[in-house]
Ligand binder design. Structure first.
Ligand code: ADP
Length: 404
């Protein structure tokens, strides 16, 4: 690649298109712009800022008429032409939630690969279709532009078969009903930077806690995923902003048989009306809950921390011991109070937090006491950079040699 090549990273959801632009500066990739097209179904708004937060572009348009996602892609293409004139757009990296059993690595997409990824839509109906839409749009509009799909499931393909298995009949398992796990790009990023912070943790047994609107834990052994709390879909494990987490499957049967709910109503309940929002009845947002005096808000926070504590024990068992824990994502990086609760719940595992270090943590910081047998860290995640790195590496490997 040339010194002024740029990579665009896309993270497309149901109502928003988030993107970042990274420039290749030879040894590392630098963020040059970040933006999003949001409220695509109601009042679309396109905003791009530079790395320092300065406004680069802004636009609004009507949600009526043509497909809002396509319009967002058009704005993005126009933005790259106008504002990145000094760069050559080398490729686009996409966050794709599900790579199914087949994809353990990022892949350069072709129309045939998009068709293959379409087969995983039933495994992640709320994310996969939106992730694939901009890939198709760009394949049509700019067929020569290299595109790379990076999967949230890929990092967990190293889990041993036991950790991936449900105790279901073999013919169901063979249809791909497995514990895949998600947030893999976040965990991969954490595993990639951990050696610079804590060599013992990087080489040993570490549990990473990705606590954002979506939340999960991952057991890392020497930097590889050996178990994780999310499973077949993004519903399992911890309660999340609006998702229920771990649930006795008998509850689903009860909802259908006794409450007469149909599949879509159950889906809505489990994905959008449960978790912190459902339990508190107030909000899915940790900041709002922490600011509330309402006992229901407190109970929701306590349930979240309690479930994290139990899952920590389960993953520590899978690892056969514990050397470190790492907090990341919105809540993990910013909620001192939640980290304190989790620290208490993990005390029996050898975690002792340093209250002052926990209160002062900004960016990457060690928050365990000097005497703590298990190290505790806060490390900000960077899924976009992970996608950019994968895209860059894959394009370097597959790019035709340039004449000198
Ligand atoms: P997503 O999974 O959508 O990427 P984030 O990783 O941004 O989500 O995490 C969003 C969560 O982080 C929200 O619950 C938000 O309240 C919480 N959060 C962000 N900042 C703080 C803070 N200062 N204190 C407590 N919670 C915070």
């Amino acid at each position: 690649m040339n010194a002024r090549d740029a990579i665009v990273v896309l993270n497309a959801g149901s109502s928003s298109l988030k993107f970042s632009v990274f420039a290749d500066r030879g040894t590392e990739l630098d963020l040059v712009a970040r933006g999003q097209a949001e409220a695509l179904h109601t009042a679309p708004r396109f905003v791009v800022r530079d790395a320092g937060g300065g406004l680069l572009a802004e636009d609004t348009w009507s949600a009526e008429g043509r497909n809002a996602h396509e319009q967002a892609i058009e704005r993005l293409v126009a933005f790259t032409r106008e504002h990145l004139a000094g760069y050559r757009l080398a490729g686009v990296g996409h966050r794709v939630v599900h790579g199914g059993p087949a994809y353990a690595q990022p892949v350069r997409v072709t129309p045939a690969i998009v068709d293959a990824l379409e087969k995983f839509v039933p495994l992640a109906p709320l994310h996969q279709p939106h992730n694939l839409a901009p890939i198709r749009a760009l394949l049509q509009r700019l067929p020569e532009l290299p595109q790379v799909a990076c999967f949230d499931t890929a990092f967990h393909r190293t889990q041993p078969p036991l950790a991936q298995a449900f105790a279901l009949p073999r013919e169901i398992t063979e249809r791909g009903v497995l514990r895949y796990g998600f947030h893999g790009l976040s965990y991969e990023y954490i595993a990639s930077v951990l050696p610079a912070h804590d060599k013992r943790a990087a080489a040993g047994r570490t549990i990473a806690l990705h606590l954002g609107n979506g939340a999960s834990l991952c057991a890392l052994e020497g930097g590889r995923s050996i178990a994780t709390t999310l499973g077949f879909t993004a519903l399992d494990g911890l309660p999340m902003g609006t998702r229920c987490g771990n649930l006795d499957p008998g509850v689903v049967l009860y909802l259908i048989d006794e409450l007469g709910m149909d599949t879509r109503a159950v889906e809505k309940l489990l994905y959008q009306q449960s978790g912190l929002l459902g339990v508190s009845g107030i909000s899915s947002d940790m900041r709002t809950l922490e600011a509330s005096e309402d006992p229901a808000a407190r109970f929701a926070i306590e349930l979240f921390a309690y479930r994290i504590g139990r899952e920590l024990g389960s993953l520590a068992a899978a690892l056969g011991g514990l050397d470190a824990i790492v907090f990341t994502a919105g809540i993990g990086e910013h909620s001192r109070a939640l980290r304190e609760r989790v620290g208490r719940a993990a005390h029996w595992l050898g975690v002792t937090l340093d209250a002052d270090a926990n209160a002062a943590a900004r960016g990457a910081a060690r928050i365990s006491s000097a005497a703590s047998r298990v190290a505790a860290w806060v490390i900000p995640t960077n899924e976009e950079l992970m996608i950019a790195r994968h895209t860059h590496a894959l394009l370097m490997r597959t790019a035709p040699k340039e004449a000198t």
